[in-house]
Design a protein around this ligand. Structure first.
Ligand code: ATP
Ligand code: MG
Length: 206
C-alpha cells in the first residue's frame, strides 16, 4: 500500500489518452534518481469545449492509468484534476497537492515538450514555490536549458519514441500497440473499442 504521508512525492500529470511506456519509464527513472517515495499519476480533466480533437472520457483515461500502474507499489493515481472538472492547469494541480501533502517535497515530472509549454505560461513564477520540476528527455523534442537549476532539473532517460497520438492513430489504422503500452491497456482499448474511427466521440459507458 502507498505510504500515507510520503516525504518525497512525484507528480506525473498527463492526458494519458492512452497511457504508454514513455510515461511509465519517465516516472520510474525520476523516482529512482530523486529517491521518491511515491509517484502519483494525475489524468487531466475534460476540456470545457471540444478542442481540436475530442479527448476520451475521463473515466476511461483514469481506468487505463490505474491498470497501467497497478503492479508498481510506488505508483498511484489521483482523481483531483478529473474531479475538479474542466481543463487542467498545472498551477491548480500543484496547489491541490500542496494542500493535501503540506509536509511533502513535491517533484513535478514532465517531458521536454510539456516543460517548454509550462515555461511559456505568464504566471510561471508561482510554480516554483510549489514544486521542483524534473524535465526528462523525449525523442523529437529539444530539452531546453532554462537556466533555473534550483527550480528545474534536466534528466536524460532511455529514449522511448512513443506518443499517445501515435498509439491512437495506430489503433485507428488497425496496427498493433502491443509493447508500446502495457498489456492491460491493449486489452482495455479492445474491450471498449477506443480509438476506432466509429468511436471518435465515445463517452464512458457508451
Ligand atoms: P499526446 O500525443 O496525446 O499529446 P503524449 O504522448 O504527449 O500524448 P501526454 O499525456 O500529453 O502524452 O503527456 C504527459 C506527460 O508525459 C508530458 O509531460 C509529456 O511530455 C510526457 N511524455 C509523454 N510521452 C513521453 C515520452 N515518450 N518520453 C518522455 N516523456 C513523455
Ligand atoms: Mg502530449
Amino acid at each position: 500500500m502507498a505510504q500515507k504521508s510520503p516525504r518525497r512525492l512525484g507528480i506525473m500529470g498527463g492526458t494519458f489518452d492512452p497511457i504508454h511506456h514513455g510515461h511509465l519509464v519517465a516516472a520510474s527513472e525520476v523516482a529512482a534518481e530523486f529517491r521518491l517515495d511515491e509517484v502519483i499519476f494525475v489524468p487531466t480533466g475534460e476540456p470545457w469545449q471540444k478542442a481540436s480533437r475530442s479527448v476520451t472520457a475521463a473515466e476511461h483515461r483514469y481506468l487505463l492509468t490505474v491498470i497501467a500502474t497497478a503492479s508498481n507499489p510506488r505508483f498511484t493515481v489521483s482523481r483531483v484534476d478529473i474531479d475538479r472538472g474542466g481543463p487542467t492547469y498545472t498551477i491548480d494541480t500543484l496547489r491541490d497537492f500542496r494542500r493535501m501533502y503540506p509536509q511533502a517535497e513535491l517533484f513535478f515530472i514532465t517531458g521536454a515538450d510539456a516543460m517548454a509549454q509550462i515555461m511559456s505560461w505568464k504566471n510561471v513564477d508561482e510554480l516554483w514555490e510549489l514544486a521542483h520540476f524534473v524535465s526528462v528527455t523525449r525523442p523529437g523534442y529539444v530539452s531546453q536549458d532554462f537556466g533555473r537549476t534550483e527550480q528545474i532539473s534536466l534528466m536524460e532517460i532511455p529514449a522511448m519514441a512513443i506518443s499517445s497520438t501515435d498509439c491512437r492513430q495506430r489503433v485507428e489504422d488497425g496496427k498493433p500497440v502491443w509493447y508500446l503500452v502495457p498489456d492491460g491497456v491493449v486489452q482495455y482499448i479492445n474491450k471498449h473499442r477506443l480509438y476506432q474511427s466509429d468511436s471518435a466521440t465515445r463517452g464512458f459507458g457508451d
